[in-house]
Design a protein around this ligand. Structure first.
Ligand code: TRP
Length: 460
């Protein structure tokens, strides 16, 4: 088979397209489901402040490092590191990223499938008249039932593959350009509905008034972990997207726009959820069930609840889809560029093999209880090891590579588009990726693997 023709490499067609696609990757279940519930468990406002700090000080620099590596090398993560550091072991970082894409996609599509079930329930008015207990047992029953979650997971994977199959310009870019603004619109409508609920003001106070007594050291670590997952950094998804960015685009501005969009959606999700939680007397620490158990409860008690639950779960599915396509794209870019398998075949092979792992993830929720190591079933295990081990380790290696091994000239060249832009921030950036970010990430990582596990409390 002929080698991959790099002169015919696909790319994003416009600046808006890149931002929509990268923001689409970042904005997902992490923002709308995970962020509010983790913020809720860690004191709301105080968590938000710390999260904000990490996003700016570590998140933006890691993201920018990924863009710099990707656009400089014009390759998938593995090829990029092989290209920039030939005859070294750096390519293993790319390999770690591709493995992470497999793991994350496997459990992420399980949850994404749940959003489709809930979209379906919303359409068919399936929540009607249920109390909190019924809602909770319905969710438990569904989650552990096997067949239904599997079907939704398969459907979700099919949508993901369908978009990736069509390539960058005509697939990912085309769809995210429509989907992302729709998402913003829907969430703004939900926010307006939430803050006009009687008693909703308390929720806003909770989200925005810092109460540092509720923030533990573990909460600080969780804020850093959440920033990694939410920004899609640490496994090369943004190296891959970066490789499709035009040499004329400003990488610094792109990274800041994407980060800002991700942050805005997380905060809007908080604004949509907390007033409703307080208005209906539900605990903000309700945890992972918040979206799938509590929100349908809230919706059905609202005027216009049918409509709002429908658009909410539509929003959640869209957000998840634009994230899963970025994960599958990593695998497809790798296979088509490094293994010379054409894009269509790569997409099918990638999607099917990840789906196989995904099936076991979903079944480990109930029908196959033996699929576990200790406390964790396969689903939890993949979730835990990707977020707490693979992403921090990958991110750490990525900034170290960009800061110390890639070559300052090359890095500055990408930041300034070959000297055409001023990029006055470049020295500060270099300092951060050499020192600040690696140290910060190392702390999360050590906590993740348990070496720094001084604090009680949940996983990252
Ligand atoms: N950021 C997405 C979310 O918040 C998930 C995601 C997509 C992701 N691509 C990723 C996480 C790459 C880590 C790495 O839901």
């Amino acid at each position: 088979m002929a080698n991959f023709d790099f002169t015919k490499r696909d790319s994003f067609g416009s600046k808006m397209g890149i931002i929509a696609a990268a923001a689409g990757s970042a904005i997902g279940l992490g923002n709308i489901w995970r962020f509010p519930y983790i913020a809720g468990e860690n004191g709301g406002g105080a968590f938000l402040l710390v999260y904000l700090f990490f996003i700016v000080v570590i998140g933006v620099p890691v993201m920018l490092s990924e863009f710099v590596i990707g656009r400089s090398a014009q390759r998938n993560p593995l090829g990029a590191l092989k290209n920039l550091a030939p005859k070294t072991y750096w390519f293993l970082v790319g390999f770690l990223g591709i493995a992470a894409a497999f793991f994350i996609l496997a459990f992420y599509t399980t949850v994404a499938g749940w959003t489709l079930e809930y979209l379906y329930l919303a359409v068919t008015n399936g929540f009607q008249g249920m109390g909190a207990d019924q809602m909770s047992s319905m969710f438990e029953q569904f989650r552990t039932s096997g067949m239904r979650p599997l079907i939704w997971q398969a459907i979700f994977m099919f949508f993901t593959a369908f978009i990736v199959y069509r390539g960058i310009k005509n697939g990912i870019e085309k769809y995210t350009k429509i989907l992302m603004p729709a998402l913003l619109l829907i969430i703004i409508v939900l926010c307006i509905r939430a803050i006009t609920l009687p008693g909703g003001g308390e929720g806003l106070v909770f989200l925005f008034k810092p109460d540092f007594s509720k923030l533990t050291a573990n909460g600080v670590m969780q804020a850093l972990g959440q920033s990694f997952f939410s920004l899609s950094i640490g496994m090369g998804a943004l190296i891959t997207y970066g490789s499709y960015i035009s040499k004329k685009d400003n990488l610094g501005i792109t990274a800041i726009s994407v980060t800002a969009a991700d942050l805005v959606i997380a905060i809007l999700a908080g604004i949509a959820i907390f007033p409703a939680v307080f208005a209906f007397g539900i605990q903000p620490e309700a945890g992972p069930g918040l979206v799938f158990i509590t929100l349908p409860m809230i919706f059905q008690q609202m005027t216009g609840g049918y409509f709002f639950s429908l658009i909410f779960f539509l929003l959640l599915s869209i957000a998840a889809l634009t994230s899963t396509i970025s994960l599958l794209e990593v695998v497809v870019a790798y296979m088509s560029e490094e293994l010379n398998v054409n894009r269509k075949k790569s997409t099918i092979i990638g999607a099917v093999s990840i789906a196989v792992l995904g099936v076991f993830c979903t079944l480990s929720q109930g029908p196959l209880p033996g699929l576990r190591i200790g406390e964790r079933n396969l689903f939890d295990l993949l979730d835990f090891s990707s977020a707490n081990i693979m992403l921090p380790l990958g991110g750490l290696l990525i900034v170290i590579f960009a800061g110390w091994f890639m070559g300052v000239d090359k890095v500055f060249d990408e930041l300034s588009n070959g000297g055409k832009l001023n990029a006055r921030y470049k020295h500060a950036f270099l300092f951060i990726i050499r020192f600040i970010a690696p140290i910060g990430i190392a702390l999360v990582f050590l906590n993740g693997i348990g070496i720094l596990n001084f604090f009680s409390g949940g996983d990252l």
